[in-house]
Design a protein around this ligand. Structure first.
Ligand SMILES: NC(=O)c1ccc[n+]([C@@H]2O[C@H](COP(=O)([O-])OP(=O)(O)OC[C@H]3O[C@@H](n4cnc5c(N)ncnc54)[C@H](OP(=O)(O)O)[C@@H]3O)[C@@H](O)[C@H]2O)c1
Length: 304
């Protein structure tokens, strides 16, 4: 199996692997620290060197579990790029007094959340820090101020956003000296609103790669019993046959990665066999008509 290549995320941005291992579901994988380390080493061996975390994943527990594994072999740190996110709940500031889940992108919340992520992961620096979700109360100057401080102190190398609209992206970018390196958004054949609402157009325009989350719709592609999901499974099965793919997972990853905004694809499974399915997708050559067959199956009607 060929190795997953590294790609430039944005002008002046970092290089990430074209497939990124997501660690949101790590708590459910029931792995001991050694198994977690072994899983990490196996995907790094395939070239999947970038890992995705967030402060909110299992209220910090996912980062703690990952950090525990990394401490077993500290040399692994230099072989990976770690992405984390801040901004949901302001959980660190409000433990014991939190009334509702909320977003907090105040300067102090960003600094505290990042500090806690670094501690849990047991590392000195994040390769990238993303705003997890747009905060209605986001003051772009404060965010820029926090980013500047984190970069100056060497705690974070690059910055990006997640689930931002095109205008929210432009607002924050207007206060920064360096390009945001990504907008991490949901892209899959069940939900491709990022392809329709201008999000991916903007990223293509700026030559910034999206990080596509839930490429398999959180497993919904396989399990949902809606007409849409049934139509999709039919089309994907037919395409798997045509493309010589071993599974419909491979076809879905190929479909997501074909978009000209050049997404990197996030993998959500903790099963190494399923990680290999995503890697195998990189070898598939999907043509334009085949891409649209998935579009038509998802919509349930032909292109106008
Ligand atoms: N920025 C954001 O707001 C945001 C939101 C969501 C996710 N993310 C990131 O994106 C990453 C990926 O998201 P995701 O976990 O939703 O990805 P996903 O690949 O769409 O979904 C993964 C789920 O699909 C299941 N699955 C995979 N292959 C399957 C198959 N052949 N049959 C049945 N089920 C299958 C997996 O189960 P198994 O574990 O059993 O394989 C897992 O539960 C996350 O880890 C996180 O890092 C970011």
């Amino acid at each position: 199996m060929s190795s997953v290549k590294k790609v430039l995320m944005a002008p002046q941005g970092p290089e990430f692997s074209q497939l990124v291992q997501g660690y949101w579901r790590l708590g459910a994988w029931n792995m001991d620290p050694q198994a977690r380390l072994s899983f990490l080493k196996q995907h790094v061996e395939m070239g999947i060197t970038t890992v995705d975390h967030a402060a909110i994943y299992d209220a910090g527990h996912c980062e703690t579990l990952f950090g525990e594994a990394l401490r077993l072999d500290p040399a692994m740190r230099s072989k990976i790029e770690i992405v984390s996110k801040f901004g949901i709940n302001g959980i660190e500031q409000t433990v014991g007094e939190k009334r509702v889940s909320h977003y907090d992108s105040s300067k102090q919340a960003i600094l505290t959340s990042t500090e806690n992520s670094l501690k849990r992961l047991g590392v000195e620096q994040l390769d990238a820090l993303l705003v997890h979700r747009p905060d209605f109360l986001m003051d772009a100057d404060q965010v820029a101020d926090a980013f500047g401080e984190l970069q100056q102190s060497g705690k974070v190398k690059h910055f990006g956003v997640s689930n931002f609209t095109a205008s929210q992206f432009d607002l924050l970018q207007s206060r920064l000296d360096k390009p945001l390196i990504t907008n991490q958004v949901e892209i899959n054949p069940i939900n491709f609103s990022a392809l329709e609402d201008g999000t991916c157009d903007q990223l293509q325009q700026y030559r910034v790669r999206p990080m596509a989350w839930s490429c398999l719709a959180g497993g919904g592609i396989f399990s949902e019993q809606t007409d849409q999901a049934r139509r999709l499974r039919g089309a994907l099965t037919e395409l798997a046959d045509e493309l010589g793919a071993d599974s419909i997972e491979q076809v879905v990853f190929a479909w997501v990665l074909k978009h000209p905004s050049n997404p990197v694809g996030l993998i959500g499974s903790g099963k190494i066999e399923r990680v290999k399915e995503a890697v195998a997708a990189l070898a598939l050559q999907m043509n334009t008509e085949q891409w649209y067959r998935v579009w038509v199956a998802s919509k349930g009607f032909a292109v106008p």
